[in-house]
Design a protein. Structure first.
Length: 141
């Protein structure tokens, strides 16, 4: 009798526990981080230039307290700050304060600088959509 009871319990447990189905797998999710026609300062993005498209992706690390000199970008670019904090300031004083996880659609043909005001290195991944042989950054003379 004890053997039958044990077998019955095992059978009930086997019926209650089923292998994972495809529906139980984690689902892929998609989240739009940025979709815009304007840069972070509100200016409309320019048209893409004519020519052979060239994509450049940079991982930029800015040590704590370091200022990136004045510069401008002649092409559309956007990024995500993956670590630390960053402050971006335009020539006319508009300011964007970023923390890890924040996106940026950069200003185009506008002089600006960046500074890491934090106590740790800032890291940003930036995607540039330009054309072959066109600079992605121009430093102020």
């Amino acid at each position: 009798m004890r053997y039958l009871t044990t077998q019955l319990i095992l059978l009930i447990m086997a019926l209650c526990v089923s292998p994972a189905s495809a529906d139980d797998k984690a689902a892929v999710t998609v989240q739009t981080v940025v979709k815009t026609t304007k840069s972070w300062n509100g200016e409309t993005l320019p048209h893409y230039p004519k020519g052979q498209p060239e994509i450049t992706i940079l991982k930029i690390t800015i040590p704590a307290g370091v200022k990136i000199p004045w510069h401008e970008h002649p092409i559309i670019n956007a990024g995500v700050l993956t670590k630390g904090s960053l402050k971006v300031v335009t020539k006319n004083g508009k300011t964007l304060n970023m923390v890890a996880g924040d996106p940026i659609t950069e200003v185009i043909n506008t002089w600006h600088y960046g500074i890491n005001p934090g106590s740790e290195a800032a890291e940003i991944i930036v995607f540039y959509a330009g054309i072959e042989n066109q600079p992605i950054t121009v430093k102020k003379p």
